[in-house]
Structures are given as structure tokens and as C-alpha cells.
Write a protein that binds this ligand. Structure first.
Ligand SMILES: Cc1ncc(C[n+]2csc(CCOP(=O)(O)OP(=O)(O)O)c2C)c(N)n1
Ligand SMILES: [Mg+2]
Length: 801
């Protein structure tokens, strides 16, 4: 045998072993899907959605996926996760059962239903790991196409790392921007606007993104003819194909059951994306769904017998098997042996996952029964308690809910007995221990969380200079860009003209087009750019031009950004700053202040509402030191107002979650924020002229809200409370009142009805009078306060009208 022959036969041996190993992964994954479905149908798991029918292309994608790369995909990708070594069989079943411990269920600690995948970017203290040494998956979300905006940002990060000078080209996040962001999406989900918006944006930005469409002709029961023009996504996207002298995409189409073609296509795609930073669309068609969409239905209801028999013939694993045999890579018996082994492995893993899931529950059940037996022995209500014990004991595989129902109902039986304390103690300590499994990590617990940043006052030097508010913002951004090389800002009109209010004037010239850039009019993907880049260690500021247009991005803020840290139980973060400007100015779409909607949609993101530009700049300075996401709403009518220019630009910090008493007073507490605060201050001066001395508190930060409970201290002094806000009635003001009355218990100190003054229920009308008749005015505030004082002291303050 010659040397070359040896090499050839060795490499053939390697090739064969690799193919056999791929087959093994595919068939094992399939077995997981089959057994997983049975676990749901027999009641052990609540819901199952699996990757059967999509195995083979995922093997090919996994081969081209390198350390440092990122996936942003959806619930069909179990085979891929197994192939990159990030999902074991036992973890697969732990996910199906919802095991609430991260060690057992690393995707989300049981918070997400199975099929929602993630890797850990953070260690247990919330610090970044070296992401270039591992294969990464951003955490999946269920809304179809919701993975797309973030995918854009994950890909753009590579471009930034490759092209921005001043950032090390070798970091924990990137090696010279060589990383690819890999997306996956179902064919039907390409109907979503987010898909098209992302496709266009990635073509403009030319980022290393490979998006694979797993096309099985259906979205649940709805056929492609209702989803996609010409029933063919790559056909209709042909205009995106790059040409010699244009930007654009490489578009590659491959049959989903053609293993050899898939492997070479993914290799080619990866080479282009990695080297040239060109986005790629992989349309993987002729895929199937052997068990239908999910455990909630059967596909026989909507697929005819022709389709079903085609699906069984063109099942990607069946085709791979056929190809291996035809090409003498394996004989049927070899493959049957692999099938056999896979069945055994999956069964073992399932049993182990179930045992690990029920073991702590059974232990806790036994502990509670012991406590209850003790209580029963001492109780005149023994018979009733013993009945409860018997019922609980009879549950072979208890839920924590079963334990707490029994314990809490038993407590009611012994409410006046001494034995009560042992049981109430058990309930309290048990809840304290278990509740965090379901509720922890909505916010960062790391040493960079918002509470780690100390307040630093603005220093105005000896001769305070006055300047337009926009100059304060601009000069402060200048200082921040200089201080943080990984900071970048992008949005509509942000680059060339330096934002619509010139708060970034000259910044693009100074810091370059990669760091200060214009974006298309596409708020959801501007947000997604921010999420993805923040997940890869950059410090993006995503600018949404006006608060009124945040709605386009709100879904992705709510579903993706706000849940990210929580849904990974603290193992991924995106410290993204969202900058926008809002509250009152002119007309229906430039005067909205939908704060109730926002604060209720984005728990998990901080919402900051500075009343002027120094306060806003102080929030940016503070946020850049933290690792948490936040929305900062600047006052749209504040850019031309004069403010004193601090000298410690980039340094002074507005504390987050802390209110400021801007005027002390004794008669009533007025609580407000943002643009309205100036109106409140005006009204307060006028009230003082007639002898009403109001205390004025600027909330500054809606989420978190007054962490020191300073407002209730004020109410304890004044005994009266009015919340003034320019959202609709029952919007932001309802939230503020709930915090003060319910959380801070201010009702104890009130001598008058706690009141709110908000805008009208309709959108604000245009013009000066439109504003006057839509939003709270100084006169409205004056009269509302006066009415409260009149009710309290009619002799002193006779009726106005
Ligand atoms: C925004 C949104 N709408 C509806 C759903 C419910 N839903 C879940 S999967 C699905 C079909 C998706 O089909 P496709 O994208 O083709 O993926 P496949 O399941 O076929 O792989 C639908 C409608 C959802 N999760 N999100
Ligand atoms: Mg589909």
C-alpha cells in the first residue's frame, strides 16, 4: 500500500465514521421525538414540540458551525443542539418535564417548554464566559420569527469586531469578527413582517448571517399556498441575490433529505459568510413532519394520503439511510444495530431524567408528611388532617403544587392550635426555597447590576455655562464614546445629521460610521441589532426616533429583551440601552406618552423618564457601568431649553430607582415625571401664591419604582396625594398609584382621596390648543389640587366654580 493510498483509506474511514455518527445522532434525535410525544400523551409532560423530520439538514449545519458562532433559531432544532454537543438526551427529557434546576435543564431551568434552546453565556455570578471557546445559542422564544431581529444583531457584532478600531480584535466575544450568526425559521413563519424586515436589513448591512428556512410546506395546518407567494420563499427572494456590482445575498436551495448536498452546501455557505461577511439564505425544502406539528393535534386531519405517503418515503432519515446503503457506506444490519442502540439510549435517558425530576419532589413530600403527622398527633382535628395526609401520600408522583395545597389547606384546620407554628414555618421556608426556582433573575444579580452604581452629582465648575439641552446630551455622548470603545449608537437619522435633534451632531465624523450609524426605518430590527450585539459583549444604544414609534419595537422588547435574563435563569444577558424621545410635543403621533402600556409590557427592562437632559445624560453614564437593559425617554420638548452644562461629562450619574424631591411642601404631595414635571412646577408656584404649599416629587425612574419608598414618607407628612401624568386615564397613573398605595401602603396616611390627573383618553390633538385640551395643563393641575384642598378645608379654600 502506498502512502497516498493509506491516507485515502484512512480519510475514507474517517468519512464513514463521521457519516455513521451523524446517522446515529439523527436516529437518536428521532427516537427522542417519538418517545417525547408518548410522554405527553401519557401525561408525564404537558406539551411537546419536536424536531422530527428536520434532522438531516441540522447535522449539516452543525458541521459548519464553529466555536464563537451563534444560533438564533426555533423549536425544531434539537438535532442541531445535540450535534454541537449542547443538548444531552437526559437534558432533552428534563426540558420536556420542566425540571426547574439549571444543572438538569440548562436551557431555561424549566421556565420554557421543551424545544426552546440556549447555551450559557454567563457564569453563575452573571459574568461573561469566553464565548469564542464555545458553541453558542441565543435563547429561543416562542413568537414565530421573533428570533429574526436578534439574529441580525448577533451577525452585526462580527462586523463591528472586525472593523472598529479601538476594540481588541481578539476578545472573549470575537476573533477578528470571524463568527457567523446562524438563524433557523419555519417556512410559514417567513410570512411574518419581522422575517422580511430582517432579510432586508441584513442585505443592507452585509453581515455574516446564514438563515436556514426549514420548509415542510405547512405551518401547523395551513399550507404554503396560504403563506407564501408562489409557495416558494427562495423564489420570491431572488431579487436579493447579489450580483457582481451589488450587495445582497447568496441564495442556496437544497432538498432537506439530501445529506451529501446539504453538507457541501453548508460548507460553502459558511466559507462565504465567514470570509466575506455576506448574508446567506438557505432554503431547505422537501422536509416533513412525521408526527405532525406538536402534541396538540394530529396531521392526518389536514394532510391527504398522497402527502402522507410522500412524507414517509421522503423522510430525511429514511433517505439518508437509503443513500448510505446505495453508496456502500453501511449495510442495513449496521444501521439497524444503530437504531436499536438509539432506542435503548433514549429510553435510559428518559428514565434517568424522570427519576431526577421526581426524586426531590418525593423527598419534599416525605418531609411534609412527617410535619403533618406531628401536627395531627397534637390536634383535635386529627381525623381531618389524617385524611389530608392519606390523600397526599396516595400521590405517587407529586407536584410541588400538591404539597402546598395540602399544607395550606391543613393550616386552615388548625388556625387556633399551637401545632400551627410548625406547619406555618414549613410553608414559609418551603415557599422561600422553591419560589426562586420560578421567579429569580428577572434582573441582574451580578456585581454590575443597577444598584452597584453610586450616584455622582453633576459638577458645574466655578462658572456654570448655560447651553441648549441637546448640547449637554451631545457633549456627554462624546465623552462616553471616548470612554467606552465598545459603545455604538444607531437609528434613523442618527449618523449623518446626528439625530433629529442634533444630540449626536458631529459624532459620526469623530467616531466613524460603524459606531454612529444611520439605520433604515425599521424599529423592530433596530431593537434586534441592539439585543444581538449586546449579547456579544458590545454596548449598543438603539435609538428609536420617537416614543410613539416604539410600538413597532415593543413586541421584541417585551418578548425577547425583557425576558432574556429571566428565561435563561440568569445565563444570558443583553445590556442594551434604548434611547428615545417623547411625551408632549405636537399631534397624535408626536405627543403620545403610553407609559402604562410600556411599563406593563417590559418588566425585565428598566424604564427611565428624566425630566431634563442633565438627568438623561446621568442615566446614560450610570447605565454604561451596569449590565442591565434600559429604556431612556428624553423629553422631546427639552432639547432647546437651557440647562447648566456640567464639567464632569461622562461621569456624573443619575441614580436608578431613586426619586427626587424637587420642591418641599407641607399641604399635598404631587408626583410626576418627564415633560409634565415642568408643568407641575409652574402650577406649584401659582398654588403657593394662594397659600397652598405642595411638595413635588420627580419619579425619574418608573421601573424600578422608588426603591427607597421616599414617596410614602412625603405622604406621611402631607397626608394628600395627587399623581399627574400625561398618559391616558388608568395608564401610567394607575401604575404609579398602585406602587404608592399598594406597595408603599400610603393609604394609612391619607386624609383625602388619592387622586390622579392624566391626559384625555384620546390621542393628543395637534397644535397649541390641541395640547391644551388633551394633556394636563398648569391650570388643570392648579384646579385639581385646589379642589382637593377645598374638600379638606372649605372655609379656607372656597369652591372655585
Ligand atoms: C406570533 C405567533 N403566532 C402564532 C404562533 C403559533 N404557532 C406556533 S408554531 C406555528 C406554525 C409555524 O410554522 P412554520 O414556521 O412553518 O414552522 P414548522 O412548525 O412547520 O417547523 C404557529 C402558527 C406563534 N408561536 N407565534
Ligand atoms: Mg412549516
Amino acid at each position: 500500500m502506498t502512502g497516498t493510498e493509506t491516507k485515502q483509506s484512512l480519510s475514507y474511514k474517517d468519512f464513514r465514521a463521521e457519516v455513521l455518527n451523524d446517522y446515529k445522532i439523527a436516529i437518536t434525535s428521532r427516537e427522542c421525538s417519538l418517545l417525547g410525544r408518548r410522554e405527553v400523551l401519557t401525561g408525564k409532560a404537558k406539551f411537546g414540540i419536536f424536531g422530527d423530520g428536520k434532522e438531516v439538514p441540522q447535522l449539516a449545519m452543525a458541521k459548519a458551525f464553529k466555536n464563537g458562532d451563534f444560533r438564533s433559531g426555533y423549536y425544531r432544532d434539537q438535532t442541531f443542539m445535540m450535534a454541537i454537543g449542547q443538548l444531552t438526551l437526559q437534558q432533552f427529557f428534563a426540558g420536556l418535564y420542566g425540571h426547574p434546576d439549571l444543572e438538569e435543564e440548562p436551557m431555561s431551568g424549566g421556565r420554557q417548554m421543551g424545544g426552546h434552546f440556549a447555551t450559557h453565556s454567563l457564569d453563575e455570578d452573571g459574568n461573561w464566559k469566553n464565548l469564542t471557546l464555545q458553541k453558542n445559542s441565543s435563547s429561543d422564544i416562542s413568537p414565530t420569527a421573533g428570533q429574526m431581529p436578534r439574529l441580525l444583531g448577533l451577525a452585526q457584532a462580527s462586523k463591528i469586531y472586525r472593523n472598529v478600531t479601538g476594540i481588541n480584535n481578539k476578545t472573549n466575544f470575537s476573533i477578528n469578527g470571524n463568527e457567523i450568526a446562524w438563524g433557523t425559521i419555519g417556512n410559514a413563519s417567513t410570512s411574518e413582517g419581522l422575517f422580511f424586515e430582517t432579510i432586508n436589513a441584513a442585505g443592507v448591512l452585509q453581515v455574516p448571517m446564514i438563515i436556514s428556512v426549514w420548509d415542510d410546506d405547512y405551518g401547523i395546518s395551513v399550507h404554503a399556498r396560504h403563506q407564501t407567494t408562489k409557495e416558494n420563499i427562495s423564489e420570491i427572494l431572488k431579487g436579493f441575490q447579489r450580483e457582481n456590482d451589488t450587495n445582497g445575498y447568496e441564495i442556496i436551495t437544497v432538498k432537506g433529505w439530501d445529506y451529501a448536498e446539504l453538507v457541501s452546501s453548508y460548507e460553502r455557505a459558511a466559507r462565504i459568510a465567514r470570509e466575506e461577511h455576506v448574508p446567506i439564505l438557505m432554503h431547505i425544502y422537501q422536509l416533513t413532519q412525521p408526527q405532525g406539528h406538536s402534541t396538540s393535534g394530529s396531521h392526518e386531519r389536514y394532510k391527504n394520503s398522497d402527502r402522507l405517503s410522500w412524507e414517509s418515503e421522503y423522510d430525511c432519515i429514511a433517505q439518508m439511510k437509503k443513500w448510505m446503503i446505495e453508496n456502500n457506506i453501511a449495510i442495513e444490519e449496521d444501521l439497524n444495530a444503530i437504531d436499536h442502540q438509539a432506542k435503548a439510549d433514549v429510553l435510559d435517558a428518559k428514565k434517568a431524567a424522570w427519576a431526577a425530576y421526581v426524586a426531590p419532589l418525593k423527598e419534599e413530600q416525605a418531609q411534609l408528611i412527617a410535619v403533618l403527622n406531628n401536627v395531627a398527633a397534637q390536634s383535635p382535628n386529627k381525623v381531618f388532617i389524617e385524611k389530608n395526609i392519606a390523600e397526599l401520600t396516595a400521590i405517587r408522583e407529586p407536584m410541588r403544587k400538591d404539597l402546598l395545597i395540602t399544607a395550606r389547606k391543613t393550616l386552615r384546620l388548625i388556625i387556633k392550635e399551637n401545632a400551627k407554628s410548625a406547619l406555618s414555618h414549613w410553608i414559609k421556608t418551603y415557599t422561600e426555597k422553591i419560589q426562586p426556582k420560578y421567579s429569580s433573575h428577572l434582573f441582574s444579580k451580578s456585581d454590575k447590576n443597577i444598584f452597584s452604581v453610586a450616584e455622582q452629582a453633576a459638577d458645574y465648575g466655578d462658572v456654570a455655562e448655560e447651553a441648549d439641552g441637546r448640547m449637554i446630551i451631545r457633549n456627554n455622548f462624546d465623552a462616553l464614546f471616548a470612554k467606552h470603545p465598545e459603545m455604538l449608537i444607531f437609528g434613523e437619522d442618527v449618523g449623518n445629521i446626528g439625530d433629529v435633534n442634533q444630540g449626536l451632531e458631529g459624532m459620526q465624523e469623530k467616531y466613524g460610521e460603524n459606531r454612529v450609524s444611520d439605520a433604515g426605518i425599521r424599529e423592530a430590527t433596530i431593537l434586534g441589532q441592539g439585543i444581538g450585539m449586546a449579547m456579544r459583549g458590545l454596548r449598543p444604544i438603539a435609538e428609536i426616533q420617537y416614543l410613539d414609534y416604539l410600538l413597532y419595537a415593543l413586541q421584541i422588547m417585551s418578548d425577547d429583551l425583557a425576558t432574556l435574563h429571566y428565561r435563561t435563569a440568569g445565563r444570558q444577558k443583553a445590556p442594551l440601552i434604548i434611547r428615545t424621545r417623547g411625551h408632549r410635543l405636537e399631534g397624535i403621533w408626536h405627543s403620545g406618552s403610553p407609559m402604562g402600556m410600556i411599563v406593563n409590557a417590559v418588566r425585565g427592562i428598566h424604564v427611565l423618564v428624566p425630566r431634563n437632559m442633565v438627568k438623561a445624560a446621568g442615566f446614560y453614564n450610570a447605565l454604561m457601568e451596569t449590565d442591565e437593559p434600559a429604556l431612556v425617554i428624553e423629553c422631546l420638548n427639552g432639547y432647546r431649553l437651557k440647562e447648566k452644562m456640567p464639567v464632569n461629562l461622562g461621569e456624573f450619574k443619575t441614580p436608578i430607582g431613586v426619586v427626587e424631591t424637587v420642591k418641599e411642601g407641607k399641604d399635598i404631595t404631587l408626583v410626576s415625571y418627564g415633560s409634565t414635571l415642568r408643568v407641575v412646577e409652574q402650577a406649584t408656584k401659582e398654588l403657593l401664591e394662594i397659600g397652598i404649599d405642595a411638595e413635588v416629587i420627580d419619579i425619574q425612574s418608573l421601573l424600578p419604582f422608588d426603591v427607597n419608598s421616599d414617596i410614602v414618607k412625603s405622604v406621611a407628612k402631607t397626608n394628600r396625594l395627587l399623581v399627574i401624568d400625561e398618559d391616558v386615564p388608568g395608564g401610567g397613573s394607575a401604575y404609579i398609584l398602585q406602587q404608592i398605595i399598594d406597595v408603599q401602603d400610603a393609604y394609612k396616611y391619607l386624609d383625602s382621596k388619592p387622586d390622579t390627573l392624566s391626559a384625555k383618553a384620546h390621542r393628543p390633538a395637534y397644535g397649541t390648543d390641541g395640547d391644551y385640551f388633551s394633556k394636563p395643563s398648569a391650570e388643570d393641575i392648579f384646579e385639581k389640587v385646589y379642589a382637593i384642598m377645598h374638600e379638606a378645608k372649605p372655609a379656607e379654600f372656597p369652591e372655585l366654580y
